[in-house]
Design a binder for this molecule. Structure first.
Ligand SMILES: *Cc1c(COP(=O)(O)O)cnc(C)c1O
Length: 406
């Protein structure tokens, strides 16, 4: 029933650009970014948008213009930030497996810091910095060992996760880093998981990180910034979205009197609700036990349901009178896991347009080419204007790097 993105009818967009189609609202992107800067205004934080949530160049550029920094997890994401006019000096390089080439690229670009996740990574950054004659700013990602109470695949702050340096090992890791001549210790970081709906683990993580900051200061290790990561959840169905203002107030209380700059790394909460996937119904199929609405989008376009059993609201665009029925909404891919929604009540027929809501984060950025399906086009809507920000892929592009040799 949601007919419009801002002042632009979804039906017009589907007609003009085809389906499957990602549609983003520029006003929603701006609104989500300003919600952070407003809530945390007294702390004047550096908001580093987590590029992996959605790395489209126009979206990055939009955030760069709003003053955003970036949180990246690969050299490719740094290339995107630079191509979009983002500031390397406001860019933080996270991730457990940075290659030498990526470290060199980031050092030469002048990133704000490396969020380092292990001692061997400290050694590697030191070696690369030594080789090219640079000093590398480093911040250590500490695992605060709190349970984020989210899906196990997106929980990152437990002892059993691959991320970060163990809390108990943190002081020794800082001492070790301080002894490496090419490193400059600038901060501390944590990121405990994604789609968090409860504020208490975030607040607890912040408390534990600040305790550590004090212990390090007592040893003469002074930090310039405190990075609390991302992870704020959004409403997909009936979850509670954490109250950003309440979170900001807790953080402000804990940070009071500290000189360190606050850094935040939100991804999903900046883009998730700004995006929609439009898809056309190919067939309605009555199975033996179930009905299926077969659409032209699939798990390669939007894999969150297949990967995490994630829920996305699905609606029929338009107001034609139809008889509602219950069906699984599935794509054309040859996998039983290829579904966008299960047991949804819909009133649609072949040819109708559906929208998959809240598809701005971890949807197009996770898309692939399984079944040699072209990646969908993307448009950015501003009022009644729509700009194509990613052309639909072609088969020729998909095959461009291959050869058919004997
Ligand atoms: C993915 C990620 C984020 C963003 O998480 P959201 O849940 O999308 O806010 C922030 N920091 C790091 C290190 C990440 O890996």
């Amino acid at each position: 029933m949601t007919l419009y993105c801002e002042q632009t009818p979804y039906s017009r967009l589907a007609g003009e650009f085809g389906t499957p189609l990602y549609v983003y609202s520029q006003a929603a992107l701006t609104g989500a970014f300003c919600a952070y800067t407003d809530a945390f205004a007294t702390l004047n934080p550096l908001v580093c948008y987590a590029v992996k949530a959605n790395g489209n160049l126009s979206i990055l550029k939009h955030f760069a213009v709003l003053g955003s920094g970036f949180d990246i997890v690969s050299g490719g994401e740094l290339a995107r930030v630079l191509a979009a006019g983002g500031d390397a000096g406001k860019t933080i390089f996270s991730g457990v497996g940075k290659s030498e080439a990526e470290i060199e690229f980031a050092l030469n670009a002048g990133v704000l810091c490396f969020n380092v996740e292990s001692l061997p990574e400290l050694d590697r950054i030191q070696a690369v910095a030594e080789r090219i004659g640079k000093t590398a700013p480093v911040s250590l990602r500490i695992n605060p060992d709190v349970d984020a109470k989210t899906h196990p695949y997106i929980s990152t702050g437990l002892k059993s996760n691959k991320f970060g340096i163990a809390y108990a090992d943190a002081p020794a890791a800082y001492r070790y880093a301080a002894g490496l001549g090419r490193l400059k210790i600038t901060g501390i970081d944590c990121h405990i998981g994604s789609q968090l709906t409860d504020l208490s683990p975030l607040v607890e993580a912040c408390e534990r990180i600040l305790l550590l900051v004090d212990r390090l200061a007592a040893e003469g290790i002074e930090l310039e910034h405190i990075d609390l990561g991302g992870g704020i959840g959004i409403v997909y169905r009936d979850e509670n979205a954490p109250d950003l203002n309440a979170y900001a107030q807790s953080v402000a209380r804990m940070m009071a009197g500290r000189r360190q700059k606050l850094v935040l790394e939100p991804g999903r909460s900046l883009v998730g609700r700004a995006g929609t996937l439009l898809t056309r119904v190919e067939f309605v199929k009555q199975g033996e036990e179930k009905n299926f609405v077969i659409v032209d989008a699939a798990m390669n376009d939007l894999m969150r349901p297949a990967l995490y059993h994630a829920y996305h609201r699905i609606e029929v665009v338009g107001q034609k009178k139809r008889q509602p029925f219950v069906a699984d909404v599935v794509g054309p891919i040859c996998e039983t896991g290829d579904f966008l929604g299960k047991e949804r009540e819909l009133a649609c027929e072949a040819g109708d347009l559906l929208l998959v809501a809240d598809a701005g984060a971890y949807c197009s950025s996770m898309a692939g080419n399984y079944n040699t399906r072209n990646r969908a086009a993307e448009v950015l809507v501003n009022g009644s204007e729509a700009r194509l920000i990613r052309r639909r892929e072609t088969w020729e592009q998909q095959m461009a790097n291959e050869t058919a040799c004997l």
